[in-house]
Design a binder for this molecule. Structure first.
Ligand SMILES: Nc1ncnc2c1ncn2[C@@H]1O[C@H](COP(=O)(O)OP(=O)(O)O)[C@@H](O)[C@H]1O
Ligand SMILES: [Mg+2]
Length: 283
C-alpha cells in the first residue's frame, strides 16, 4: 500500500465518533499515526564540510519529537533544514528529500513563504522584536495582509492564550516585550509563531536560557500544544526529552543513530553509541 493510501485510510479512521470514552481511547491508541514530515537520505554540506549524512526519519503528526545528541552533531542544522532556513547560509548545499504532507519542499514548485508559515520556528534565545507584546504577535498576520483591528485583536488573544501567557499579559499588551522576563519573552515568541497558524513547530533548545520555573511552564505548554501541532524540539537535556517527548532521535556526528519511542530509546537503546550517550559516557 502506498503512503498516500495509508494516510487517507487513517484520516477516515480518525473522523469524529460518538463511541463511549473507553472505546474512543482504545481507538485512538490503535489509530495509525500520520507523518507530517518525511525525510529521506538527507545530506547537507557547509561548503566542503559535510554536516548531515543520509538522514532518514518520519516526523509523526500531533506528537512531540525530541532531538538529542552532543554539541555540534547537527541538531540545529537538521531543524533549520526542515523549513529551509539553513539555506540562508549561502555555502549550504543539500541532497535528498524532505516531504511536508507528501509534498517535496526542495521542489521549485513548493512556495517558500508557505513552508515558513506552516513550519514555524522558536529559537534558543527568546528573540522578540523591540515592539509591544501586541505588535509582536500581530506581526505575522499583518505581513499576511490582515489589517482589521477586530481580527488582529482576536488572533493576538487566541495566540497568547494558546501560548499560556494571556492571563499574565492581557493588561500589558502595549508594553515593550523587551521589558518581560526571559520566560515570558519565550512564550510571547511562541505566541508569535502560533499567530500565523502553523502546522509544525520547530523548537531549538527553547528552554536552555530559562530558569527552572519558566522551563517547567514551557514544557507544560509543549505538552498542551501537541494536541493541535506537531512539535520537533532540540534539547541538550535528556531528562527534558524523557519528560515531554513521544519519540526521540539521537544524532551523532551528523548521522541519525537511533530513532524510537522515547521510553524505548532511554530504557532499551538498540545502538551501543546511544547507550553510551544516554548513560553519560560521552557528550
Ligand atoms: N553557518 C555555518 N557555517 C559552517 N559550518 C556550520 C555552520 N553552522 C553549523 N556548522 C557546522 O555544522 C556542524 C553541526 O552544527 P549544529 O547544527 O549547530 O550542531 P548542534 O546544533 O548539534 O550543536 C558543526 O560542525 C558546525 O560547526
Ligand atoms: Mg544547536
Amino acid at each position: 500500500m502506498s503512503k498516500i493510501q495509508e494516510n487517507q485510510e487513517t484520516n477516515v479512521g480518525g473522523m469524529t465518533s460518538t463511541a463511549p470514552t473507553v472505546e474512543k481511547r482504545e481507538k485512538k491508541q490503535q489509530k495509525k499515526v500520520n507523518n507530517v514530515i518525511e525525510v529521506n537520505d538527507l545530506n547537507l554540506w557547509y561548503g566542503s564540510d559535510q554536516a548531515l549524512y543520509e538522514v532518514s526519519m518520519n516526523v509523526p503528526e500531533e506528537q512531540v519529537t525530541a532531538i538529542i545528541g552532543p554539541s555540534g552533531c547537527g541538531k540545529s542544522t537538521f531543524l533549520k533544514t526542515l523549513n529551509r532556513m539553513v539555506e540562508m547560509v549561502p555555502i549550504v548545499k543539500t541532497s535528498g528529500s524532505i516531504k511536508y504532507r507528501n509534498e517535496e519542499i526542495f521542489s521549485s514548485k513548493f512556495k517558500q513563504e508557505y513552508l515558513r508559515t506552516k513550519v514555524g520556528m522558536v529559537f534558543q534565545k527568546p528573540n522578540p522584536f523591540p515592539k509591544s507584546v501586541y505588535d509582536n504577535v500581530a506581526y505575522g498576520p499583518r505581513v499576511h495582509g490582515i489589517k482589521k483591528k477586530e481580527v488582529l485583536d482576536q488572533i493576538v488573544e487566541k495566540s497568547l492564550k494558546d501560548a499560556a501567557i494571556w492571563d499574565e499579559l492581557k493588561d500589558r499588551l502595549n508594553e515593550n516585550a523587551y521589558g518581560l522576563s526571559g520566560g515570558q519573552q519565550q512564550r510571547v515568541c511562541i505566541a508569535r509563531a502560533l499567530a500565523v497558524e502553523p502546522d509544525v513547530i520547530l523548537m531549538d533548545e527553547p528552554t536552555s536560557a530559562l530558569d527552572p520555573i519558566s522551563t517547567a511552564k514551557v514544557e507544560e505548554l509543549v505538552r498542551e500544544l501537541k494536541k493541535k501541532y506537531s512539535i520537533i524540539i532540540v534539547t541538550h537535556n535528556m531528562q527534558q526529552a524523557a519528560r515531554i517527548s513521544d519519540k526521540t532521535a539521537f544524532f551523532l556526528n551528523g548521522e541519525l543513530i537511533e530513532f524510537a519511542e522515547t521510553d524505548n530509546l532511554f530504557q532499551n537503546p538498540q545502538d551501543k553509541r546511544t547507550e553510551d550517550y544516554i548513560t553519560g559516557r560521552f557528550g
